[in-house]
Design a protein around this ligand. Structure first.
Ligand SMILES: Nc1nc2c(c(=O)[nH]1)N[C@H]1C(S)=C(S)[C@@H](COP(=O)(O)OP(=O)(O)OC[C@H]3O[C@@H](n4cnc5c(N)ncnc54)[C@H](O)[C@@H]3O)O[C@H]1N2
Ligand code: MOO
Length: 400
């Protein structure tokens, strides 16, 4: 049995020896949810050229000043997408938002600040000045600037940048193949007190949103042979194995003996945490095996704290750039953790009259599933530590 921080340190040390996942190219329409395996530097600035920020008129300020009340004759129209000829001396062009500024023009005045008489544009106010309403090339970013770094998980925010840079395909990490295996005779059709199997759905959904390709298996008996068959099959198919249930000290808790029979070696067995004390992590050759408790709440919390972190490490994902940052707020509850147990409490974060509050979500124990839907994350209270109502604390938001 190890302390929580020691378990995390053992896993982190083990990850040092595990290579990052292989990479592949995907089209950008398929790239959301994947993790970039390359840096993206700008090959093209944005704006690409000097463009107009307004619908209006482009001219040279000095020409307008010279023309005075006569105004400047309109000599053409420029729309977005046009490559305009240079501006002639003493004339103006009408120009639309986003259109390229013609060479020689140094100012755009918005249409509503002008009047047109006799084919001439006049200013309603003397507000023309050099650079007015011109968005300069490279104002947002220049050629060569770093746009996205390797390790970035991609979502809708990143795709316009990739498209702008003319990327049709990007290099991303391959999705790890995971088998999630539940076990227990209570899930069999013939069980006299049958239960609904919940954890493979819960875990598969969680890990799919982390980019994994997940296959679910349920061994619906308490037979060691049946479990061996399923786990053997999973070890052939998957890069990572996740089991849930059957790891405590009951007579039908066969997961660990079967894995040992298959040659798995223990990284740690049981962690001084609540919930999730029975969690055990093994290595089967190069493959990691996360043995999670059967109680659904405990399985979910262990998967959040250990498996999600592991998967993110496998793709070099930059935690600080993604959605896993701690959220600070004032605790509305007090809690004391036993001297040898690190506690993870389901909490909800709310903003109330400018205060960020962290509230305890009522829960009866590690088998609870309702509390997960009421909570937005977890507060960690380290072994022997306490939290007083009114103190600031940090919430680990759920990875969803
Ligand atoms: N004598 C002891 N008993 C228990 C200990 C202990 O230290 N000594 N630890 C307790 C803790 S903490 C937990 S957590 C559970 C975990 O035990 P297992 O991982 O072996 O889980 P099971 O016994 O198979 O199941 C426990 C509970 O969860 C339900 N379950 C299991 N799998 C699923 C699933 N896929 N979907 C829905 N529900 C599932 C199962 O039906 C049981 O009700 O052990 C304590 N006992
Ligand atoms: O820790 Mo168990 O995971 O309490 O139910």
């Amino acid at each position: 049995m190890v302390a929580y921080d020691e378990a995390q340190a053992l896993l982190a040390a083990c990850m040092q020896n595990i290579p990052l996942l292989a990479t592949e190219f995907v089209s950008i329409s398929q790239a959301s949810g994947r993790v970039l395996a390359e840096d993206i530097r700008a090959v093209m600035p944005r704006p690409e050229a000097d463009i107009s920020a307004m619908d209006g008129y482009a001219f040279r300020c000095a020409d307008m000043e010279e023309a005075g009340s006569v105004g400047l004759p309109l000599a053409g129209q420029i729309a977005a997408g046009d490559a305009p000829p240079p501006l002639g001396k003493g004339v103006a062009y009408s120009i639309l938002t986003g259109a390229r500024i013609p060479a020689g023009a140094d100012c755009v005045v918005a249409q509503e600040r002008t009047s047109i008489t006799g084919g001439h544009v006049h200013l309603l106010e003397q507000n023309a000045r050099n650079g007015l309403n011109i968005r300069r090339s490279g104002e947002e970013f220049c050629k060569g600037d770093m746009l996205l770094e390797h390790g970035q998980k991609l979502d809708w925010r990143h795709l316009p940048l990739l498209a702008h840079q003319g990327k049709e395909q990007v290099s991303v990490y391959k999705r790890p193949k995971i088998c999630v295996v539940a076990n227990g005779a209570e899930f069999g059709a013939t069980a006299t007190d049958a239960r609904t199997e919940l954890n493979t759905q819960l875990l598969a959904t969680m890990l799919q949103s982390e980019g994994a390709l997940v296959t679910r298996y349920v061994c619906r008996s308490d037979s060691m042979e049946d479990l061996h068959k399923v786990l053997h099959q999973c070890a052939q198919e998957a890069d990572i194995l996740i089991t849930t249930g059957g790891i405590s000290v009951g007579q039908t808790d066969h997961v660990l003996p079967v894995l040992r029979q298959m040659g798995a070696k223990c990284l740690f067995r049981r962690v001084k945490m609540r919930p999730g004390k029975p969690i055990t992590v093994m290595q089967l050759g190069q493959k990691m095996v996360f043995c999670l408790p059967g109680n659904p709440g405990a399985a979910a919390i262990c998967a959040q704290l250990f498996v999600v972190l592991f998967l993110r490490g496998l793709v070099g994902e930059k935690q600080e750039k993604n959605a896993s940052m701690l959220i600070e707020g004032q605790s509305s509850f007090s809690y004391v953790a036993a001297s040898d147990t690190t506690c993870f409490l389901p909490v909800s974060f709310i903003e109330d009259k400018g205060e960020n509050l962290i509230n305890l979500v009522p829960s009866v124990g590690a088998s609870d599933i309702l509390c997960l839907t009421r909570a937005t994350g977890l507060v960690k209270i380290s072994a022997g530590q306490s939290l007083q109502a009114g103190e600031m604390c940090k919430m680990i938001p759920f990875a969803v």
